[in-house]
Design a protein around this ligand. Structure first.
Ligand code: HAM
Length: 421
């Protein structure tokens, strides 16, 4: 017996049906905002991912060399691949360019519920604009995608790395100190942050004020603190416009400002945001995104970029825990030839119904009426069509409602009208 590699999963037909529903629903929301779908390969050159993050990332991803000695990696995410694609082939496209994607990603994570080594992301990138309305639309779309898919309880948090850096600079923290602080800030470990700040010779009063600003995330308080930093003040003013648009124009009112969002990946700057599903517990982050810089690093002409990715598997987990009722698209009808002579006509009927858009299955085991009805019942098919010689003489079949057991003789030419009624 062979076993699945650790952190990977098989999906049953029932699971695939739920996943298909989510994908179709998300696709229609992305498209409703003017985004277009693209696809990139499952593996890329390793350098694409180390270029920004450095060699340390190799420990966290599936990296390998192929038979030609090329250093490759299974993609751990899709933003770097999309920007590679953009720089190579899409720079001349009219701006803004709005792209969305679905794809499997691979990370050498420690597997647990909601955290896998192969998982799926749905995400998007917008290129060529950084207006507050573009970013408000981006954040609103992330929220709307998750709401439209059927989730009730999600929490949107918005932060800004330029503003956070400005606070760091005012405090006099070196780049190395900042690097050490990031993981603590990410996990809101305020006591550890305080002791690290004190170790960095920050005055206790300033350290406590910093933590207060992080926890409170009060825009006016922050404004007062960074008022001499013109670039950060510009960013703050854009953020205020974004927040206002979110509330008043996109009707997304349920969010919090959270300056402690630092994001794990190295390419972010400016706007950052996350959406959690608290019902998921430890692995509750459903979506993460923000503005970032990669185009120039990959050899393109500098242009603003932002985006987000949603954990597809976690979205499904959250829907299941919320007891979302997934509609089923099982076959609408099951056709049962009662004997060998009825097989040809049964196939003809099934082909006719399929052309008319009816999901049609047919008995392929020649197991006769009663066993076939049992099978149709187990498969939760709505209607069975029993094709027997007596009825065929009158160009008719028996139509059975699988729920009530009611049966009627229906002319073959009228079948489609009866089924669509
Ligand atoms: P990320 O936060 O690393 O961002 O991943 C996005 C989402 O993928 C997470 O919020 C989570 O739901 C899901 N996810 C991450 N790792 C795992 C895992 N091991 N198992 C299951 N789900 C997981 C990015 O990947 C960025 N590329 C997002 C982005 C797009 N930023 C700008 N554009």
């Amino acid at each position: 017996m062979f076993q699945l590699p650790r952190g990977t999963r098989d999906f049953t037909p029932e699971e695939m049906e739920k996943r298909r529903y989510i994908k179709e629903n998300m696709t229609s929301t992305f498209r409703s905002f003017g985004y277009e779908e693209i696809q990139t390969p499952t593996f890329e050159t390793l350098e694409l991912f180390t270029a920004k993050s450095g060699d340390l990332i190799v420990d966290e991803i599936y990296a390998f060399s192929d038979k030609g000695g090329r250093e490759l990696a299974l993609r751990p995410e899709l933003t770097a691949p999309v920007i590679r694609f953009y720089v190579e082939k899409m720079q001349m496209e009219p701006k803004p360019l709005k792209l969305f994607y679905f794809g499997n990603c691979f990370r050498y994570d420690r597997p647990q519920k909601g955290r896998y080594r192969e998982f799926w992301q749905s995400g998007c990138e917008i290129l060529g604009t950084d207006t507050p309305e573009a970013y408000a639309e981006l954040v609103a779309m992330a929220y709307t995608v998750l709401k439209n898919v059927g989730l009730n309880d999600i929490k949107l948090s918005i932060g800004n790395l330029t503003i956070l850096h400005s606070i760091f600079t005012k405090l006099g923290l070196s780049k190395d100190d900042q690097k050490q602080l990031f993981p603590l800030i990410d996990k809101s470990q305020f006591e550890d942050i305080l002791s690290l700040l004190l170790d960095c010779n920050i005055k206790p009063k300033d350290a406590e004020h910093f933590i207060y600003m992080l926890e409170k995330s009060d825009i006016n308080e922050v404004k007062e603190f960074i008022k001499n930093d013109r670039s950060a003040m510009g960013e703050l003013s854009n953020m205020e416009t974004l927040l206002d648009l979110l509330k008043s124009s996109f009707n997304v009112k349920d969010f919090q400002i959270k300056l402690s969002i630092v994001r794990g990946l190295d390419y972010y700057k400016g706007l950052v945001f996350e959406i959690d599903a608290p019902i998921l517990g430890a692995e509750k982050q459903l979506c993460g995104g923000g503005a970032y810089d990669l185009v120039k690093l990959f050899g393109g002409r500098d242009t603003p970029t932002a985006g987000f990715a949603i954990g597809f598997d976690r979205t499904l987990l959250a829907l299941e825990i919320e007891k979302f009722s997934f509609s089923s698209s099982k076959a609408d009808v099951y056709i049962i030839p009662v004997n060998e002579e009825a097989i040809k006509k049964s196939i003809e009927i099934s082909q006719h119904l399929r052309k008319q858009g009816v999901l049609t299955d047919i008995d392929l085991l020649r197991r006769g009426a009663s066993k076939s009805l049992k099978y149709a019942n187990a498969k939760k098919v709505e209607k069975a069509i029993i094709v027997g010689p007596k009825e065929l003489e009158k160009a008719s079949v028996t139509l059975r409602d699988m729920e009530t057991g009611d049966q009627e003789i229906v002319k073959i030419e009228d079948l489609i009208f009866r089924l669509k009624k």
